[in-house]
Ligand binder design. Structure first.
Ligand SMILES: *Cc1c(COP(=O)(O)O)cnc(C)c1O
Length: 422
């Protein structure tokens, strides 16, 4: 038993009561699997283990039935039909299949692809690869809000443009691109529109018809499903999109993606889609409130902090903030019992500032001092309060050690002094 005074101390001190450490607040990197998803998957590991491609016995039929049910569940989440869903190993594969498959199939018509600078590497590196084999790629810039300008997109289109690939929502700053407008423009120009909707699917409404989306990637492990399974939506009507397969074999998934289906994973993806769809209205509200609470608490106690990317066009569970005049690594060490992402990316043993934050115009130091909070289904108000308390405390402590912050406090104009300069 804890002495009463001590208990009181913890309680008044913040919210370490009722909070299990470490706290996971990195739901854009991956999400924990929902126990209801696991439950749906379990029978398919042992009892119903058939190969969905086995046509001669009930083991195969049962597996196939489960796969077809999941196909409907995925389709329903995004307003598609089941036949338009192809199962893959995840969104990296979906993005590769979409972009390479279209570039190959529509080669006669043109070789120009338009994307943008803050895409996930699964899109950017695929485009870079295609540039080596004769494709021309335009990388649109983003504005200070992290969004593309439709005028830039219009200007970039020419008679050789076959594909526009713009993500639905960004994985670092959570901003939601003007997808419906992009889709409308593409449709008018007769250009195919692919969107990497990994962060959006199951979090905000996605409707492939209302938004004129032709091809869409999603991934189970970003929506409380298992890792290693995803889907690609490929429009079948108005227009019928054709994709050159990138994996050859038994002709599974209507020839577009050969390989024995990951039945358990697919069942999990289907269930995950159902849960997200059913719970989206309430969950969106809950997450937005938690996120705004975190933001309000931080802003009430700390100065020189700012949100990266549009607050208006943003996923409900995302907050990306810079804590200016604080050294990034010390900041992360100070909150080491909270799993979040920093504005730094580890590339070949050096800490590089995030290319997404750089694209918004942030300097290296500000990018390094940024934190991505990814709130998800299992985060609670007590956890948000714990994280807020902890951050306020550590940022205040680190700033006491920061000569730059002291100068700012004393009213010295730092705008001319490069914060980047060490
Ligand atoms: C996670 C992610 C991917 C990659 O998905 P995997 O299924 O992990 O391969 C692609 N795009 C975005 C925006 C992501 O967040």
């Amino acid at each position: 038993m804890m002495p009463a005074a001590e208990t009181q101390n913890i309680a008044s001190n913040g919210s370490s009561q009722g909070v299990h450490l470490p706290i996971y607040m990195d739901n854009h990197a991956t999400t924990p699997m929902d126990p209801r998803v696991l439950e749906a998957m379990m029978p398919y590991f042992t009892k119903i283990f058939g190969n969905a491609a086995s046509r001669n016995h009930s083991f195969g039929w049962e597996a196939e039935q489960a796969v077809e049910k999941a196909r409907e569940q995925v389709a329903r989440l995004i307003g598609a039909t089941a036949k338009e869903i192809i199962f893959t190993s995840g969104a990296t594969e979906s993005n590769n299949l979409a972009i390479k498959g279209i570039a190959e199939m529509y080669r006669e018509r043109g070789n120009h692809i338009i994307t943008q600078v803050t895409e996930h590497k699964a899109v950017l590196d695929t485009c870079k690869r295609l540039e080596k084999s004769g494709c021309r790629v335009t990388y649109l810039p983003v504005n200070a809000d992290g969004l593309i300008e439709l005028e830039d997109l219009k200007r970039a289109m020419d008679d050789k443009t076959i594909l526009v690939s713009i993500m639905f929502a960004n994985n670092e700053i959570g901003v939601v691109q003007p997808v419906a407008e992009i889709g409308k423009l593409c449709r008018e120009r007769g250009v195919l529109f692919h969107t990497d909707a990994v962060q959006a699917a199951g979090k905000v409404p996605v409707d492939v018809n209302a938004m004129n989306i032709d091809v869409l990637s999603l991934s189970a492990h970003k929506m409380y499903g298992p890792k290693g399974v995803g889907a690609l939506y490929v429009r079948r009507r108005n227009p019928r999109v054709q994709i050159a397969e990138q994996i050859n074999g038994g002709g599974h998934e209507r020839g577009m993606r050969s390989g024995t289906l990951n039945v358990t994973g697919i069942v999990g993806l289907g269930k995950a889609c159902d849960l997200c769809r059913e719970e989206m209205p309430q969950e969106t509200e809950r997450l937005r409130k938690l996120r705004d609470h975190l933001k309000t608490r931080l802003e009430s106690k700390l100065d020189y902090i700012h949100v990266n990317g549009s607050m208006e066009h943003r996923l409900p569970g995302n907050l990306n903030m810079s804590f200016v005049y604080v050294e990034g690594e010390s900041l992360l060490m100070g909150i080491n019992d909270v799993a979040v992402s920093s504005g730094s990316a580890c590339t070949s043993a050096t800490l590089e500032p995030s290319y997404v934050l750089k694209a918004l115009g942030l300097g290296d130091d500000v990018a390094h001092s940024s934190i991505r909070f990814g709130l998800g289904r299992f985060n609670t108000l007590a956890e948000v309060d714990y994280v807020a308390d902890k951050l306020i405390d550590i940022v205040q402590k680190l700033r006491e050690l920061s000569p730059l912050y002291e100068m700012v406090k004393e009213g010295i104009d730092l705008t001319k002094i490069q914060w980047e300069a060490h």
